[in-house]
Design a protein around this ligand. Structure first.
Ligand code: AKG
Length: 291
């Protein structure tokens, strides 16, 4: 891809602070092109005037299973190079991706949270999230904040938060420390990486411009489940080698046509599998993820 300017360097910032940014992944043109594709997805599944910020629930998730362009995006060399370095392995899977979009002047926000809380994946350092900006994403547009060093605090407790404007449906019970809050202000095409335990959040979009990002969760091929599931989740090879019989995930195949019947079936199956850990968790009395 054009615009691969992700300079290889030790992921020291990730280890010390819990996040790593900015990484130059796409050129502004490539970011714009990906945004147009997401808008086209929204128009296809919702209606002609819909845009990425109108996507809801499953329409936002694992779009990389529905379109070859999206599968190429989550596996572009800049992101993979950074994920390989962050996770210390050549063998990686794309576990999940989600469109996180805020319309202009939107109250939509993400309450403070650690990504690992409901995932039942172990060890926690076998997972990393890349947040790829497809528009500019400064703090006033609802860009991300990270609490420096919070990945070293262990797993903090969280609770359900069903405010409609909270993109993620839950929140950490502890308030972030203001003095450690670091805004990561990305331009279109740039990305940040954060660990499974980094406390992070985002505010409302106070501007007249839309803020759209794609969060991509990469796991090391040797990641394990911390509890038994009735049905294994599925994931796609990002790079290197993976043997499903030795790993925790069944394998997904690459999409070969835009929104084809096989692609839609695989997408529905992957999301049904992904929902199950959350359903089980709700049964166990722990806070549940809301759809
Ligand atoms: O896009 C946002 O505002 C929040 C994203 C987020 O919390 C995540 O991807 O882990």
């Amino acid at each position: 891809m054009e615009g691969e300017r992700c300079r290889p360097r030790p992921a020291l910032q990730l280890a010390l602070e819990g996040f790593w940014a900015p990484l130059q992944i796409l050129s502004p043109n490539e970011a714009r092109e990906a945004l147009l594709q997401l808008d086209a997805h929204a128009a296809r599944v919702i209606g002609p005037k819909a845009r990425a910020e109108d996507l809801q629930g499953a329409q936002r998730f694992k779009v990389h299973l529905l379109y070859p362009w999206a599968a190429a995006l989550v596996r572009c060399e800049g992101l993979l190079r950074a994920a390989r370095e962050a996770l210390g392995s050549e063998d990686l899977l794309v576990w999940f991706s989600e469109v996180n979009a805020k319309a202009a002047h939107s109250d939509c926000h993400a309450a403070p949270h650690q990504d690992g809380i409901f995932a039942s994946l172990a060890p926690n350092d076998a997972v990393v999230t890349a947040w790829l900006a497809l528009t500019d994403a400064p703090a006033e547009m609802g860009g991300l904040f990270f609490q420096k060093g919070s990945h070293l605090l262990g797993q903090l407790s969280h609770t359900v938060d069903d405010q409609v404007d909270n993109l993620i449906g839950f929140r950490c019970c502890e308030e972030p420390l203001e003095e450690e809050a670091t805004p990561v202000e990305l331009g279109a095409g740039e990305a940040s990486l954060h660990t499974f335990r980094t406390l992070h959040w985002s505010g409302p979009n106070l501007t007249g411009l839309r803020r759209v990002g794609l969060a991509i969760r990469y796991v090391r091929a040797d990641v394990a489940r911390s509890r038994q599931l009735q049905r294994r989740e599925s994931a796609m090879v990002a790079c290197g080698a993976y043997l499903p019989e030795l790993g925790a995930f069944d394998l997904e195949s690459e999409p070969s046509e835009d929104f084809g019947p096989l692609e839609q079936a695989q997408h529905a199956d992957a999301l049904a599998r992904e929902q199950e850990p959350h359903d089980l968790q709700a049964d166990s009395g722990e806070p549940a993820l809301l759809a």
